[in-house]
Write a protein that binds this ligand. Structure first.
Ligand SMILES: [Zn+2]
Ligand SMILES: [Zn+2]
Length: 330
């Protein structure tokens, strides 16, 4: 099969991914073999190929927003041909303290799709049967893909921030994940304040009906109840913190931050303000979000790339130049 492969010790002059023929994965017990019909590109893929996350495999097929069709390993619940989604959490051990306490997102021995095991930048992918999600009809394949990480983890960020209906919520950064979260916030009658760099992202936020939109140096005109940061930058976390009311929460939707600047405790964190990171997702987050996305008819804007153009798709995420979410259609 054709796949886009990341080799961790390749010369730095070579592109991140090499598109080549590799053996098709063999069906394993407890797994399904999927024919990949689309796979979203996420900032985490960029962190993997740029080395912000340490390499765990010498050769890896990245990609963890997989839309695929079950072709082998079908079960009564997942008959052959079922369209399913696979996300970043590719499996857990099921018996560590976190798994036993409804926090499987924090599992001590997790499997991460497209990081600890091969992912979906390929024609076929293997996934654990208990970690695939049947997908609602109605959305086309490319439009479902960004829901599977950007969407689910964006939704989890709202939960971690403790957003309640009617609150004033700040979104710091307005890429794929934030543009999916805003629709949910609006359905909860929240006022949404967007702080983001890039004229294009500000225009998009305005077109999505944000209450207020400002550039990266601007401060929302009101104190926020909750804020979610999407940029991989510690400075942005501080801006979000500085915009909170007492008792407010910042949730950081980023697997990696450049660095966290020193900040003044007395003025920024005192008053029971909180900073929380958002780590991975649970299967319940996925099911809940996919239902909401279906009910609200969330349709991400996507740019499709062929597998041969996988490096271009990654570059679009890096430069934030592609409009909407980049999706590879093998
Ligand atoms: Zn566990
Ligand atoms: Zn992701």
């Amino acid at each position: 099969m054709k796949a886009a492969v990341f080799t961790s010790n390749r010369p730095s002059t070579e592109p991140f991914l090499q598109v080549r023929d590799v053996p098709r994965p063999q069906l394993q017990p407890g797994h399904v073999l999927l024919r990949v019909v689309a796979c979203g590109v996420c900032r985490t893929d960029l962190h993997i190929v740029e080395g912000d996350l340490p390499p765990l495999q010498p050769h890896l097929i990245p990609g963890h927003q997989i839309v695929g069709e079950v072709i082998e390993g079908a079960t009564a619940d997942l008959p052959k041909g079922t369209r399913v989604g696979v996300s970043w959490m590719g499996g857990v051990d099921g018996d560590c303290w976190y798994c036993r306490h409804a926090s499987e997102n924090l599992c001590d021995r997790p499997t991460f799709t497209g990081y600890t095991v091969n992912g979906g930048f390929a024609q076929y992918a293997l996934a654990r049967t208990d970690f695939v999600f049947p997908l609602p009809a109605g959305l086309d394949d490319a439009q479902v893909a960004p829901l599977l990480c950007a969407g689910i983890i964006g939704f989890r960020s709202l939960r971690v921030a403790g957003v309640e209906p009617g609150q004033r919520v700040g979104l710091f950064g307005f890429g794929s994940s934030a543009s999916l979260a805003i629709t949910i916030l609006q359905s909860w009658k929240c006022d949404v304040y967007v702080v983001t760099r890039g004229e294009g992202h500000r225009k998009t936020a305005t077109s999505f009906g944000a209450t207020w939109v400002g550039n990266e140096d601007a401060k929302p005109p009101v104190e926020l109840d909750r804020a979610i940061t999407f940029a991989p930058s510690g400075k942005v976390v501080i801006s979000a913190l500085a915009s909170l009311r007492k008792g407010g929460v910042v949730a950081i939707n980023a697997i990696h931050l450049d660095e966290m600047p020193a900040f003044n405790y007395d003025t920024l964190l005192w008053g029971e303000r909180q900073i929380r990171s958002v780590a991975n997702m649970t299967r319940q987050d996925a099911r809940d979000f996919l239902k909401i996305a279906h009910d609200l008819n969330i349709r991400p804007r996507v740019t499709a790339f062929s597998l041969d153009d996988a490096n271009l798709a990654l570059l679009g995420v890096k430069t934030e130049s592609s409009t909407g979410s980049a999706v590879i259609v093998p």
